[in-house]
Structures are given as C-alpha cells and as structure tokens.
Design a protein around this ligand. Structure first.
Ligand SMILES: [Zn+2]
Length: 156
C-alpha cells in the first residue's frame, strides 16, 4: 500500500503537472511515477531499501519477462502490449530512469527533472521534451540511452 501511495502521489507531477499522451506514450508518466518511488524509499528507509526496491520491483520482472520471450520495445502505445505491459511500461521504463540517474549523476538527474517541470508545467510532453531537459540541465545528450532502453529490445 505504501508503494502504491507513493506511485500515485508521484503522478501529481508526472501526468498531472507535466502531462503526456497516456495511450500512446504510457511509459513516460508511468516510468517516472515508478522511479520517483525510489527517491521516496531512499529518503524514508535509506539507500539499501531503495536498491532492494529497484532489484525486486523493476529488475526482477524485466528479467522474468525476458526469460519468457516477453521483452519488448517500451516506446509503444499501450495497445501494443499484452501480458508484458507492467513489466515493460512500468518496470523497464523505471530502469531506464535509473540508468539515466547512474549515467549523469543524481544532482544532474534531479536538476533535469526540475527543468522538465519548469519548461512543461501544464503542458503535454513528448519523450523529446524529456531528453532536451537533460541537456538544458547541464547533462549530456542521453539519446543513446533512450535508444537502448526505450526504443530497442535487449536492455539492460
Ligand atoms: Zn501509475
């Protein structure tokens, strides 16, 4: 219940404040709402619990799906998924955000999300808007990670 509350409250930012097309780009708000819970758990219980969340809630379901031939391109409309919707749109997308955090470092990652909100408050975003916020926040161009995690199969 605590996890679900944190996820749903995160939608106040990702989907309510910064909106996106939930039918065609569901991973954008679901992945961010999922990964936002990492920071909630880290602040409330510490890094170890947050890492356990990452491993059990996101890495394990993605591995399970891959092991059953259910790996898929995350960047697809909701209607393109079958039983792998949650593993791809929630878990694998959360791992993409974790990969971004690891790649650019947490300060730049958080600055990029603040920039994303500043630029797109009450707007409707696309993945490109997210990616350009990373460059605007002083991070590097992360399109290679986006290509690897969201537009390809096989990641991580
Ligand atoms: Zn959600």
């Amino acid at each position: 219940m605590e996890f679900l509350a944190a996820h749903e409250i995160a939608h106040q930012w990702w989907y309510n404040l910064v909106n996106n097309d939930p039918a065609n780009v569901p991973w954008l708000d679901e992945g961010l709402a999922e990964f936002s819970t990492f920071f909630y758990y880290k602040a409330r219980f510490g890094e170890g619990v947050a890492e356990t969340l990452r491993a059990r809630r996101w890495a394990a379901p993605v591995e399970y799906a891959k092991g059953r031939g259910l790996d898929a391109i995350v960047g697809q409309p909701a209607s393109a998924f079958k039983s792998n919707y949650e593993a791809m749109v929630y878990a694998k997308a959360a791992l993409f955000f974790d990969a971004l955090r690891t790649e650019v470092g947490e300060p730049v990652f958080l600055a990029a999300l603040r920039e994303y909100i500043r630029r797109h408050r009450w707007g409707i975003v696309t993945p490109d808007d997210l990616l350009t916020s990373f460059v605007a926040a002083g991070g590097r161009d992360v399109r290679d990670l986006y290509q690897h995690w969201i537009l390809s199969t096989g990641a991580p």
